[in-house]
Design a binder for this molecule. Structure first.
Ligand SMILES: Cc1ncc(COP(=O)(O)O)c(C=O)c1O
Length: 383
């Protein structure tokens, strides 16, 4: 059996054609394809504004800047995520405060967040960054209520969840990143994600002011609306009004993203089928703990389970060319965050989850045969 990774991009001839067309055009960057991708993505998610950037980490960084995070500002996030969800607070010199996960959903536990907020004077915490971990949508309605009570903003890290959704208390469906409850949401187009652009990211929002701020910050802080310039020296003139970055996406990456987006629903459907096949295959097996049923609105970026004897199993799977993976090493246990005083035992549920979690292969082009091979190799390990 050829190598089976935990995630893999799917590049078609249409994708290649889309990229080659841009390479033969006048613009490699700052051409028409970025705006086209932004519009197509905003339409897909059902949000007013989308700002394409060079990667998901840049998206997070611009969000903390746009929201005005500064030295000493406290922001709450989950330890079970990629480090970037926390690092963006540090880029702006803020303090990261971790809260533990819900052991059933593996998402940031809102009760723990509430405990932190309650225990400190109002205004201590500036924001919350919940993560739609593995593709499972956070209940942002509940977070909004809490955030409003304590004067916090919300950045939804939706890197794992384009196409994911949750249903609010009125029965309305909310796509991850639709900006109804979170101030800002971010996505990544890293190759293992649902939509691959090589590198790439997107920020979505319904807030017009933040939208314009993000567009300026993406391009060095240069004012993108000529009518808002302070001076005008001539037709060549541009005006840098604040300190920004070059976090632009190239036109050929945008063209790849737009092309990939056209197959997003197909990919999502395949991911659900694969999740369902795992679910059935492992049903009732005592060595594994799966999330119950095929969770509605789950975008299945990852298929995470908790499994006995994980480390030896992983080695066994590698010997059969199956590259299951661990998501994630709790961020508070990274040496960088230990320097801020975080330690073993601080997040017991996240740490317990980390001891036995495993992400099984999950990507749209995983064949039925490959999935059966994975299931059999896991099952035979325990009997
Ligand atoms: C949850 C989460 N947040 C942020 C990022 C950062 O995205 P990127 O790799 O595009 O910078 C990732 C990507 O791995 C992620 O999984």
């Amino acid at each position: 059996m050829k190598k089976i990774p935990y995630g893999r991009q799917n590049i078609t001839q249409e994708d290649i054609n889309a990229v080659v067309e841009v390479l033969n055009s006048d613009f490699l960057t700052q051409g028409p394809h970025v705006a086209e991708f932004e519009q197509a993505f905003a339409d897909y998610i059902g949000v007013k504004y989308a700002v394409a950037v060079s990667n998901g980490t840049a998206a997070l960084h611009l969000c903390t800047l746009a929201l005005g995070v500064k030295a000493g500002d406290k922001v709450i996030t989950t330890p079970i995520t990629f480090a970037a969800s926390a690092n963006c607070v540090r880029y702006a010199d803020g303090d990261v405060v971790f809260a533990d996960i819900d052991p059933e959903t593996y998402l940031l536990d809102i009760n723990d967040v509430e405990k932190l907020l309650k225990a400190a004077p109002k205004g201590t915490y500036k924001g919350i960054i919940p993560v739609d971990f593995a593709g499972r949508a956070v209940d942002l309605e509940a977070y909004r209520k809490l955030a409003d009570e304590y004067g916090c903003w919300i950045i939804e890290d939706a890197c794992h969840a384009p196409g994911g959704y949750f249903i609010d208390s009125k029965g309305t469906k909310h796509n991850c990143g639709n900006g109804e409850y979170a101030d800002l949401a971010i996505f990544s187009f890293h190759p293992v994600k649902h939509i691959a652009a090589g590198e790439g990211g997107m920020i979505t929002t319904n807030n017009e002011e933040l939208y314009h701020k993000l567009r300026n910050l993406r391009t060095h802080g240069i004012q993108q609306r000529p009518e808002l310039r302070q001076f005008n020296h001539g037709i060549w003139y541009y005006e840098m009004q604040e300190l920004g970055y070059n976090y632009r996406l190239t036109d050929f990456q945008a063209a790849l993203g737009t092309s990939q987006l056209q197959r997003a629903e197909f990919g999502l459907q395949r991911r659900k089928e694969i999740a369902s096949a795992y679910q059935q295959a492992f049903e009732g097996k005592s060595y594994i703990k799966q999330q119950v049923g095929v969770v509605k609105g789950h975008a299945y970026h990852l298929y995470v389970v908790e499994i006995e004897n994980r480390d030896v199993l992983m080695q066994h799977l590698r010997e059969h060319n199956i590259f299951a993976q661990v998501h994630y090493i709790p961020v508070h246990l990274m040496p960088y965050y230990r320097h801020f005083g975080w330690n073993d035992g601080d997040m017991p549920r996240a740490e317990r989850y980390y001891e036995s979690c495993l992400s099984l292969p999950m990507f749209p082009t995983l064949t039925v045969e490959e999935q059966l091979f994975v299931i059999n190799k896991i099952d035979s390990f325990y009997v």
